[in-house]
Ligand binder design. Structure first.
Ligand SMILES: [Mg+2]
Length: 273
C-alpha cells in the first residue's frame, strides 16, 4: 500500500541521498491492544463459568493455550479464535471427560476470539500529532505483526492511513529481518533513524539494525521480558509517553543531523577558503 508520496516539502534525506526513517510498531505503541484481548478472554471465562467450569481454571487455560499457539503459529488473526476453541476442548477433556464439546459453544468461542479485530482502535494520546510533525523530517514506516487485512484496516480506522510511507506487515516474529530489508530497499541511514515500539523482545531486537526508542505503553506478551542486544553501535532509551518520544528521541535525532550537516558545511568552507 502506498499512502504518501509527496517528498518535495519534507526534509527526510541527507545530501548523500540517504533517507531518515522512523520505524513504528502499531499494537501497544500507536493503538491500545491489550484491553481488547483482556475483554475477549474475560468473555470466554464468563462463557466457561456459565457452562460450569471454574473461572480461574478457564482463565489459566486460555492464557496457556494462546501463549503456546503464539509461539507455534505466530500472529495471524485466526490464532486467537483457534486458541479459544482449543482451550474449551481442553477444559472439557480435563474436567468433563465423558462429555462431547458442544458445537454451539465452539461457534461462540470462535466469535469471541474474532471480536478484538473488529473494534474501533483506541489511539494513544499524542501519537498522531507527534508523528504528523515527525513526518516532515522522517519517512514513516509501520512495522507490525499480524494479518495484512486486519492491520491495514486498524491503521486506517485509527487515522494513520495517510501518514505512513510504507506498511510492513509480517505474520512472523521477524521484525529485525524486515527492518534490515527496508534499510536496504529504502536507502536508509540507520544511524539517523530509529525504531519506536513497546516490546523489548520483538521491537527491541531491531536495535541490531537502528536506534531504538522503547515506549512501554503496554506490557505485551509474557515472553516479552527480554534484554536488549548489546554493543550494536546504535543507541536505545525508554520514553514514558509520545511527548517524551518527541522531545528526547525524535528532536535529538533531528538536532544531531542538523549539527552534523552544519559542521560539514563549515569544514567545506574552510577547505575552500
Ligand atoms: Mg507492540
Amino acid at each position: 500500500m502506498k499512502a504518501r508520496c509527496n517528498f518535495r516539502s519534507r526534509k527526510t534525506s541527507g545530501r548523500n541521498g540517504k533517507n531518515y526513517v522512523l520505524f513504528i510498531d502499531v499494537d501497544g505503541t500507536l493503538v491500545a491492544c491489550d484491553p481488547l484481548f483482556v475483554r475477549a478472554r474475560e468473555n470466554f471465562v464468563f462463557l466457561m463459568h456459565s457452562l460450569g467450569f471454574d473461572s480461574e481454571a478457564a482463565r489459566q487455560m486460555i492464557q496457556d493455550v494462546d501463549l503456546k499457539n503464539a509461539r507455534a503459529v505466530g500472529f495471524e488473526r485466526d490464532r486467537f479464535p483457534m486458541s479459544m476453541v482449543e482451550a474449551y476442548r481442553e477444559l472439557c477433556k480435563k474436567f468433563t471427560p465423558d462429555s462431547t464439546p458442544d458445537t454451539m459453544v465452539i461457534e461462540l468461542c470462535t466469535d469471541i476470539g474474532h471480536s478484538p479485530f473488529f473494534q474501533a482502535p483506541q489511539v494513544f494520546v499524542n501519537a498522531l500529532p507527534v508523528l504528523e510533525r515527525a513526518s516532515e523530517y522522517f519517512l514513516l514506516v509501520a512495522v507490525t505483526m499480524g494479518n495484512r487485512e486486519a492491520q491495514e484496516h486498524k491503521i486506517y480506522q485509527a487515522g494513520f492511513g495517510g501518514l505512513f510511507d510504507e506498511l510492513i506487515i509480517t505474520p512472523n516474529d521477524n521484525k529485525p529481518e524486515c527492518v534490515r530489508e527496508a534499510i536496504i530497499d529504502m536507502n536508509v541511514d540507520p544511524s539517523q533513524s530509529a525504531f519506536i515500539g513497546n516490546s523489548l523482545r520483538s521491537d527491541g531486537a531491531c536495535l541490531t539494525e537502528t536506534n531504538f526508542i522503547h515506549l512501554p505503553l503496554e506490557a505485551g506478551w509474557a515472553f516479552d521480558n527480554h534484554v536488549l542486544p548489546v554493543d550494536t553501535g546504535f543507541e536505545a532509551f525508554t520514553a514514558v509517553s509520545w511527548r517524551e518520544v518527541e522531545e528526547r528521541g525524535i528532536a535529538r535525532l533531528i538536532r544531531r543531523r542538523e549539527y552534523k550537516q552544519a559542521a560539514k558545511r563549515r569544514r567545506k568552507n574552510v577547505e575552500q577558503a
